[in-house]
Structure formats: structure tokens, C-alpha cells
Write a protein that binds this ligand. Structure first.
Ligand code: FES
Length: 78
């Protein structure tokens, strides 16, 4: 059984670098939202989603973990 929680109630604006691997927390337990800090291993949460962007950009990354377009906020937290 997955043990996921909301990691926050609003997205976090992040400055993303091109072609860098990011680990977006899917379980909500990380204290380094929106990114994984390894907490899923001890909490029984789901592992992170690894993603990259092709061009540097600012993006609003989901913390509530309810988005249908991970890792990006789609407004589902409201
Ligand atoms: S701490 Fe949440 S996915 Fe790793």
C-alpha cells in the first residue's frame, strides 16, 4: 500500500537547467519540496519521477502530488 501525502498546498516556482536530471518527489514526504530527498524509502511512499527539460526555464512544480501533468502544477491543489 502506498503511503503518499500532500507535500504542500501550492506549486513552487523553480529555475530549471537544460539537460539536468531532476528527481521530483511523488510521495509528498520530502522536506525539500518539490524534489525528492530520499524520504520515500523510510515512509513507504512512491519513488521519485526523474525528468529533464531541453531548455532552461522557470516552471511551477507540483507539491500537492495531485497533478495530472507531473511534475508541473495543473491547478489540482485548489
Ligand atoms: S521523498 Fe518523495 S519521492 Fe522521494
Amino acid at each position: 500500500m502506498e503511503n503518499n501525502i500532500r507535500g504542500g498546498d501550492a506549486p513552487i516556482p523553480c529555475q530549471l537547467e537544460a539537460n539536468k536530471n531532476y528527481a521530483w518527489c511523488t510521495c509528498g514526504h520530502s522536506e525539500n519540496q518539490p524534489f525528492c530527498n530520499g524520504a520515500h524509502k523510510t515512509t513507504g511512499g512512491t519513488p521519485p519521477t526523474i525528468f529533464t527539460v531541453e531548455e532552461a526555464k522557470e516552471a511551477y512544480l507540483c507539491t500537492c502530488k495531485l497533478t495530472s501533468n507531473p511534475p508541473y502544477c495543473d491547478g489540482s491543489h485548489k
